[in-house]
Design a protein around this ligand. Structure first.
Ligand code: FE2
Length: 474
């Protein structure tokens, strides 16, 4: 895939960014409100070197920080200095290929840690964390973007940590899970919680029906749900040199429902028609029912059957689907209902609505669903989320080279990180996008949004803004 990406550079802006940069004074078209201060962090795969068998999913994480302060805008990007990145940087070449495996001619002394910290970035409990589902969170110093190391909360957690933890908008608690929790390609999952102040309050492991790739999960006010869907993991395949993950629909679709204050031994496993879901948009409770809106594939994209044959491309389309679980019914089945012809990936709601019904106006909230067919527009979706507006839409030409449009972390509303200075100066409470934008009129918000986009696309210092322009002309 990397070869495809890099060979299509002339037609695409998906090629890796080969440099790190500081742009302290971005050109601004229009005017930024002086009261709008803070930093928007983004993360995405950006391989340092081309590698045989490389997959987009395992490119080295590159962080981008857009900082607004007193009407000025600046930008910084840095690779996350993971052990893998540092080893390859020192060697001047790739040492890892495929899914985190060392290439055959890598020196025996090369680190075994293939973590890339490339999928998401969040701010929680006073920590800025770069996430990738195969490893612990990587703590990043706000402002400098220096890597501080893995974050295990003083040894309270271990093993893989989801790239999509959920932060309770009421309590500030972060809940998370991990798959392959007992080792690579095992059916064990972990589940845990971290308080708003950054203290681990719960961590345990349990067995799922089979080993699968579990990219996202579901959290409501009182429940947590674990989808076990048949992109299966197999150590036997891996030992034979085959792809460790494959599409095995006959394994069936399971979703485990657990009370957030309950125990994993009491998980109830629901069943449904085979499908795959990478991302959950939102979920909430309606009496004894749990409703979850997801983007559902009939057959998983990106992965083949165990014999290497591809899945049906006609079924590789994610569709907006509502799952409903009746906790008081006499059935272990849950329903799957396609609600609309919305397709695409990376659904997003305002984070403050997480766990609450999304249908504010009595209908689902398609305006909050990212319908982008390209891996782009993270900033616009994050802006929409930060502003609390359900009506800001994706502009047509903005693209970035990073992967996941849910991979953006706006500075939190009560941020105290040292994100106001690139030097990583002492923490300072910063004004927040939501409160600032709430004070703005709708038209002013729109103007600010356009200005923010313009300042990025007009900048020649940051590279991918220029690529966006190129891409829009082709
Ligand atoms: Fe994701």
């Amino acid at each position: 895939m990397l070869d495809q990406v890099t060979s299509n550079t002339a037609r695409s802006n998906l090629a890796p960014i080969p440099f790190e940069a500081d742009a302290p004074f971005l050109k601004i078209s229009g005017e930024l409100p002086r009261e709008l201060n803070g930093t928007l962090y983004r993360n995405g795969p950006n391989p340092q070197f081309e590698a045989p068998g490389a997959h987009w999913f395992v490119g080295d994480g590159m962080l981008h920080a857009f900082h607004l302060e007193n009407g000025r805008a600046s930008y910084r990007n840095r690779w996350v200095r993971t052990p893998k990145w540092q080893a390859e940087h020192d060697a001047g070449r790739a040492l890892f290929g495929g899914f985190g495996r060392k290439i055959p001619d890598a020196p025996a002394t090369t680190t075994t840690d293939g973590g890339v910290a490339n999928t998401n970035i969040i701010f929680h409990g006073g920590r800025l964390l770069a996430l990738e589902e195969g490893h612990l969170p990587t703590e990043i110093e706000p402002g400098t973007l220096n890597r501080l190391g893995y974050c295990d909360y003083q040894g309270a957690i271990s093993g893989p940590f989801s790239a999509h933890p959920k932060i309770d908008p009421v309590t500030g608690e972060m809940v998370f899970f991990g798959y392959n929790a007992a080792g690579p390609l095992t059916p064990a999952l972990s589940y845990g919680a971290v308080s708003a102040s950054g203290v681990v309050t719960r961590f345990e492991r349990f067995e799922a029906p089979y080993a699968s790739m579990v990219h996202d999960f579901i959290v409501t006010e009182n429940h947590v749900l674990f989808p076990i869907l048949p992109i299966t993991g197999s150590m036997q395949r891996a030992m034979r040199g085959q792809a460790p993950y494959a599409w095995e629909p006959e394994k069936g679709a399971y979703v485990g429902v657990m009370k957030r204050n309950g125990a994993s031994k009491d998980i109830v496993w629901f069943r449904a028609e085979t499908c795959y879901v990478f991302h959950v948009m939102n979920a909430w409770e309606e009496g004894n029912r749990i409703v979850a809106d997801v983007m559902q594939f009939e057959e998983a994209p990106l992965f083949n059957h165990p014999d290497g044959s591809p899945t049906d491309p006609k079924k590789n389309r994610a569709r907006y689907c509502r799952w409903t679980f009746d906790l008081s019914g006499n059935t272990d089945r849950f329903t799957q209902t396609y609600l609309d012809d919305l397709t695409g990936e990376f659904p997003r709601v305002d984070d403050r609505r997480a766990g609450f019904a999304s249908n504010h106006a009595g209908t689902p909230a398609p305006t909050l669903t990212c319908r982008c067919s390209v891996r782009c527009r993270a900033s616009c979706m994050s802006t929409a989320a930060a502003s609390g507006s359900a009506t800001i839409s994706c502009p047509p030409v903005i693209r970035s080279p990073s992967r996941c449009s849910s991979n953006a972390a706006p500075t939190p509303r009560k941020a105290t990180a040292g994100c106001s200075r690139w030097s990583g100066a002492p923490a300072k409470t910063v004004a927040t996008s939501p409160s600032s934008t709430r004070r703005m009129s709708r038209s002013a918000r729109r103007r600010w949004f356009i200005s923010a986009i313009a300042c990025r696309t007009d900048s020649t210092a940051i590279g991918w803004g220029r690529s966006s322009t190129q891409s829009s002309q082709t």
